[in-house]
Design a protein around this ligand. Structure first.
Ligand SMILES: C[S@@+](CC[C@H](N)C(=O)[O-])C[C@H]1O[C@@H](n2cnc3c(N)ncnc32)[C@H](O)[C@@H]1O
Length: 312
């Protein structure tokens, strides 16, 4: 299929809503069939480190009133370049401000992103519309619940799922951090949550959230090509002096749903965290949750078991 440059947003009522999206998903590079990406051996060696650091660039959105939780473009580009070829299809089920789509555009990958909130889908559209002359890839934004994704994509079309989902209901509370108060930060006492829509995973208690994530990711498994990767970015959080290990819940749940965990990568954020206050001293040791996050790298195993094939 001839590739065309195209960015499109699908909102309920638009032509093509809840039907298969006409997006290309075959690689356009000349790499050998057994290569998982277009990297040279030199680039590959650099990527073998299990701890990653990134800086923000001008196009990154860091204003929490625009979107409360975005990841950097440079992180997104690295994941995309590691687990896909040019021309292949990247899926972000929780696309937010569209960082994945922009990174896909920069790296010549096709991509589809989903978000419940129309305002975020419009923001994606706006970010994508600038400067698109140098490649022929396509990026689509769909304003829909991630549980409807199988209505839009054919089986075995996706080469990479890459996303940062809501962190259960951990952001759905007033931000009372001492550091925000001391800096007279505008976000002090604000709830930095995407919406109160009951379908929004950011409104759910950890157990309900884990099951909802399991249901969504199970429905995505057969959309992935065999051995295609699914990388999920999550932090752990503190809640009333308890460590909430979202990454443990997700690893256990996705394994139950047929995914295999391949790698755990640490995103070291110490170079980008703002000035921090003192916590817990002298009696209660607390690591600063903002200083690192997990990148959980799963894949669709080469062969699915019979039960999973039947679901697919
Ligand atoms: C952590 S943010 C993603 C941010 C994104 N990585 C970026 O850099 O802009 C998670 C997003 O998931 C969306 N969301 C929550 N529940 C959803 C659901 N059931 N279906 C689709 N999107 C959902 C929220 O609106 C929010 O924008």
């Amino acid at each position: 299929m001839e590739q065309v440059t195209q960015s499109r947003v699908l909102i309920e009522g638009a032509e093509g809503y809840r039907t298969i999206i006409p997006v290309n998903y075959d690689k356009t590079c000349g790499c050998l069939p057994n290569h998982i990406n277009c990297m040279t051996p030199k680039e590959w060696i650099k990527s073998q480190l299990g701890v990653w650091q990134f800086t923000y660039e001008k196009r990154d959105i860091r204003d929490k009133t625009i979107h409360p939780a975005t990841f950097p473009l440079s992180l997104s580009k690295k994941v995309i370049q590691l687990f896909s070829h040019e021309g292949e299809l990247v899926l972000d089920p929780f696309v937010g401000a569209g960082t994945t789509l922009l990174a896909a555009q920069d790296t010549n990958r096709n991509a589809v992103g989903f978000d419940l909130q129309e305002k975020y889908c419009r923001l994606c559209e706006q970010r994508l519309s600038s400067d698109n002359m140098f490649n022929k890839s396509q990026q689509f934004v769909v304003c829909d619940d991630a549980s409807n994704i199988p209505l839009y994509l054919p089986k075995e079309s996706v080469k990479l799922i890459w996303t940062s989902p809501p962190y259960a209901n951990m952001l759905n509370r007033k931000r009372t951090n001492k550091s925000r108060r001391d800096r007279k930060n505008d976000q002090f006492m604000q709830v930095e949550q995407y919406s109160q829509d009951p379908r929004d995973l950011g409104t759910m208690e950890l157990d309900t959230y884990t099951k909802a994530m399991g249901d969504i990711f199970e429905s995505l498994l057969t959309l992935l090509k065999p051995k295609a990767h699914c990388v999920i970015n999550v932090p752990d959080m503190w809640w009333e002096n308890q460590r909430i290990t979202i990454h443990v819940s997700l690893i256990q749940e996705l394994r139950k749903r047929g995914y295999e965990l391949r790698n755990t990568i640490i995103w070291d954020r110490t170079n980008i965290v703002n000035q921090i206050g003192i916590f817990g001293w002298p009696s209660n040791y607390i690591t600063m949750g903002t200083t690192f996050e997990y990148l959980l790298d799963f894949w669709r195993p080469p062969t699915l078991n019979k039960a999973e094939q039947a679901i697919g």
